[in-house]
Write a protein that binds this ligand. Structure first.
Ligand SMILES: Cc1cc2nc3c(=O)[nH]c(=O)nc-3n(C[C@H](O)[C@H](O)[C@H](O)COP(=O)(O)OP(=O)(O)OC[C@H]3O[C@@H](n4cnc5c(N)ncnc54)[C@H](O)[C@@H]3O)c2cc1C
Length: 805
């Protein structure tokens, strides 16, 4: 056995072999895959092999499209078949909500350059004769996808990887992982030890156990999953081609042709966790006992929706386990504190996603950057809140809802409320309708007396429209108060803090008593974060950003190697706070503060440490609504007192509570983009407009400097813009296509209704040549091509006078 490798991939399922192939392809030929049994013997061998290119996250869709196209490439490279059946797919809808979802997906597919079409049920039946048309109202057809042979695909990856010099060692179990002081890993196996710079956990069914070898408890869990294969179906005999792969949301059924019969699977409501604590080491090439009782309700529905199946027998039942993360997306990427340890786990659709995961992970390992936005799959999206019990609850919720749509205004209820701020009870009593961010409850909107604290899930405007509008108008006309405990917070302290931040951020680092808008760039000049830095003292900084990105940003800070005199600490649970916003905000703060809050005494982007009412606080003069505003931070034990003081002082000024939905609307009216929605690692500083906050004059070689300087010379290819949209029926959700003269030219990143300006707004990217004030477009919103016009200046307070007042 060899004693050294640049990288060791643990696991010979479809994901591990893809990672191996892509590492070899990128030029890392000194790589070895270790498989403790036979290749495919975990989840891979018994998969149905279905491949789809559509996903609720557009970036994951791109990787799925890449995966499907890769199979042809592998066939060409190796001369080996992958068993590709390129028969496309249809999604059957049976309700208005499902139709809206399909129209949204169709609009997004146009953005991604994928071939899809809304079709009638009769057209769907022409592609799958088994459909009983009476149960459906419409369908979406996609050209890409079909199904492949799991064993052949795995072999093709391995053959291609070996030809490039990679090695595969079967029947070799990784038993321990020991990191040396030089950060390399000793991969201890039952056949000897390999020292490697990098280790990839592609352990599939055993990913949890491989994580435990390095002290990680990954949020991953296996579920049992059943599909059946029928006897030959007479209706399929003699057809010129196979029926199309079919997904039936209402039936919670997927099916495809298998020989002359049909393979039918379901995500049953009576779902079952498999191996909740430890995966048996010897579970190789094995299946679980048939359990048709468990899927009986779904089977009955399937037989109603596809009646010919009720007339034939079941030839084979496959019940096998495969793994999920709490939201069903994979866990990919490096782990903070474990340099050289990489995850490629919780892949519940290995045949749709495995190729894309191999691609981004290999780039990430070799080039330090995944090459595209992978936030939706990033292992850092789970924090400490994702305990094994949380994972078990959420994974089951996700499994049961696999065929149930999650609407943009819908919040998943399981394992909630989990993290609660000290004012949760008070805000709940005030009518808060809750959303969830990184496990923490935060108010979306407030239901006034007599209004139910609930919303109908929809792609259109909901019951919250009226109350959210009232909240927005209160902020614009008087003053509003919203809890911001859900923001991500970091403390950077120590003698070297300023120099460190100067290297990590692209902006000028503020002087004591000031704060700055702070873009953080990747070496390629892409947006890694859009944060604020407040300088409390030369050696003490409070950084605020998106709550969901806490682990993501902590990993980023750690990767920038803070020197010994710099301490970086995640402070999200150490600070809680409120934003006070509106023309009367100063009056409310003035009633509670003993320092000079006048426009001259406390200027925009000033920061103070001073009591507010009875609470010691940090006060920042900033906000996300475009109004005069303050963000007030206290330690969580003071939050109820701060709340009492602010609401009491605000009573005379018409203070009203507002939630995240109102913030989203208010910021749209000011053309403010938001990290995660509008600003993501796919976009550059100049594309987003965040280059306005880059300190081009600073001599420090900050991360992304060369890229941002180069882009200043060439100019960006596309630009972030705000559109006023004529959309009477609905607002955009995200990733809808932007059309010019009927042709896709851009895409939407976010949007909604502007309550103060009285129109629908959308944000997104278009080519620079078209990014002009007044330029007209159409945006496909739920199947309607809505006129949209760029409004380069904010529709609300274009001069920014209110913010500075
Ligand atoms: C019934 C069923 C139907 C499915 N249908 C589809 C479908 O239609 N389309 C689709 O895309 N997906 C489908 N899937 C899911 C698919 O099977 C998985 O997404 C995929 O197999 C995951 O591959 P993997 O490489 O991550 O894991 P695995 O296949 O489990 O591979 C992990 C490998 O790691 C090895 N290993 C683990 N620990 C060690 C160690 N310590 N040392 C050495 N080796 C180790 C294991 O032996 C194993 O071979 C289905 C799953 C089931 C159960």
């Amino acid at each position: 056995m060899r004693s050294h490798a640049r990288a060791v991939v643990i696991g010979g399922g479809v994901v591990g072999v893809s990672v191996l192939y892509h590492l070899a392809k990128i030029g890392w030929t000194d790589v070895v895959l270790l498989e403790k049994n036979e290749l495919t013997s975990g989840s891979t061998w018994h998969a149905a092999g279905g491949v789809t290119t559509l996903n609720s996250d557009a970036n994951v869709s791109k990787l799925q499209k890449y995966t499907f196209d890769l199979y042809r490439e592998l066939e060409q490279v190796t001369g080996q078949s992958c068993g590709i059946h390129h028969n496309g797919g249809i999604y059957l809808a049976a309700s208005d909500g499902q139709m809206d979802f399909l129209k949204l997906i169709h609009s997004r597919a146009r953005t991604l350059g994928m071939d899809t079409e809304m079709i009638s049920v009769a057209d769907a039946k022409a592609r799958n004769v088994l459909i009983d048309e009476r149960h459906f109202t419409g369908a979406l057809w996609r050209e890409d996808g079909g199904y492949v042979d799991p064993w052949l695909v795995t072999q093709a990856y391995v053959t291609a990887a070996r030809r490039l010099g990679a090695e595969v060692q079967r029947f070799t179990k990784v038993e321990a992982l020991v990191q040396r002081p030089d950060r390399t890993w000793d991969v201890v196996t039952d056949k000897g030890t390999i020292n490697a710079e990098h280790v990839v956990n592609a352990g599939g069914l055993w990913a949890r156990e491989v994580g435990r070898l390095v002290g990680l408890e990954l949020p991953v869990l296996a579920m049992e999953h059943i599909y059946v294969v029928t006897e030959p179906v007479p209706a399929l005999k003699g057809l010129p081609r196979e029926i199309i792969n079919t997904s039936d949301f209402t039936g919670e059924i997927y099916l495809r042709q298998e020989g002359e019969g049909v393979l039918l699977g379901t995500y049953e409501q009576a779902c079952k966790v498999w191996a909740p604590k430890v995966t048996p080491d010897d579970f190789h090439g094995r299946l679980l006992p048939d359990d048709l009782e468990r899927i009986a309700p779904e089977l009955e529905r399937g037989f109603r929706h596809f009646p010919a199946l009720a007339e034939v027998g079941i030839k084979k039942v496959v019940n096998g386990p495969f793994t999920f993360s709490p939201d069903g997306n994979p866990l990919v990427g490096p782990v903070e504190g474990l340099p050289g340890f990489w995850c490629a786990c919780a892949v519940m659709a290995g045949f749709s996603q495995g190729g894309g995961i191999g691609l981004v992970l290999s780039r990430w390992m070799a080039e330090g950057d995944p090459g595209q936005d992978v936030l939706a799959m990033d292992v850092t999206r789970y924090g400490h809140f994702a305990t094994p019990r949380y994972t078990a609850i959420k994974v089951q919720e996700n499994y049961r809802r696999r065929f149930r749509l999650t609407y943009p205004n819908e919040e998943m209820p399981a394992a909630r409320p989990l993290r609660r701020s000290p004012v949760y009870g008070a805000l709940d009593a005030a009518g808060a309708v809750w959303g969830n961010n990184f496990g923490l409850e935060s108010p979306l909107w407030f239901a006034p007396e007599g209004v139910a604290k609930a919303e109908t899930p929809t792609y259109r405007r909901s019951e919250a429209f009226g109350p959210v509008g009232d909240e927005c108008r209160a902020v614009r006309s008087a003053v509003g108060l919203t809890e911001i405990t859900n923001y991500g917070k970091y403390e950077v302290t120590g003698r070297g803090a300023r120099a460190f931040l100067d290297r990590v951020f692209a902006c000028r680092i503020p002087r004591p008593g000031r704060m700055a808008l702070a873009p953080m760039l990747s070496p390629r000049g892409r947006i890694i974060g859009d944060l604020t830095i407040a300088c409390l003292a030369e050696d003490r900084y409070l950084i605020v950003g998106s709550g969901f990105a806490e682990r993501f940003h902590m990993r980023w800070f750690a990767d920038r190697n803070p020197p010994g005199d710099v301490f970086v600490r995640a402070a999200s649970s150490s600070y809680a706070g409120f934003a006070l916003s509106g023309p009367k905000a100063r009056d409310v703060l003035g009633a509670l503060a003993d320092f000079d809050v006048s426009a001259e005494g406390f200027r925009l982007f000033g920061v103070r440490e001073a009591p507010v009412g009875l609470s010691p606080a940090i006060i920042q003069r900033c906000g996300f609504t475009g109004e005069l505003g303050y963000e007030i931070w206290v330690t969580p034990d003071y939050l109820p007192q701060l709340y009492d003081d602010l609401t009491a002082a605000g009573r005379d000024f018409g203070l009203r509570l507002y939630g995240g939905r109102a913030v989203s609307s208010l910021r749209l009216e000011k053309n403010y983009g938001s990290f995660n929605k509008d600003f993501r690692p796919d976009y550059t500083a100049a594309e987003t407009g965040l280059d306005a906050f880059v300190d081009f004059a600073k001599t420090v070689d900050f991360t992304g400097r060369a890229a941002v300087l180069a882009e200043r010379e060439t100019g960006p290819k596309r630009r972030f813009v705000t559109f006023k949209v004529d959309a009477p029926h609905a607002d955009v959700v995200g990733y809808e296509v932007v059309l010019k003269d009927g042709k896709p030219v851009g895409h939407v990143t976010s949007g909604g209704w502007g309550h103060a300006v009285g129109c629908s707004l959308a944000m997104g990217y278009v080519p620079t040549a078209l990014a002009r004030d007044g330029e007209t477009f159409a945006i496909d919103i739920l199947g309607v091509e809505c006129p949209a016009v760029i409004t380069a200046r904010p529709l609300y307070d274009p001069e920014g006078a209110r913010l500075r007042s």
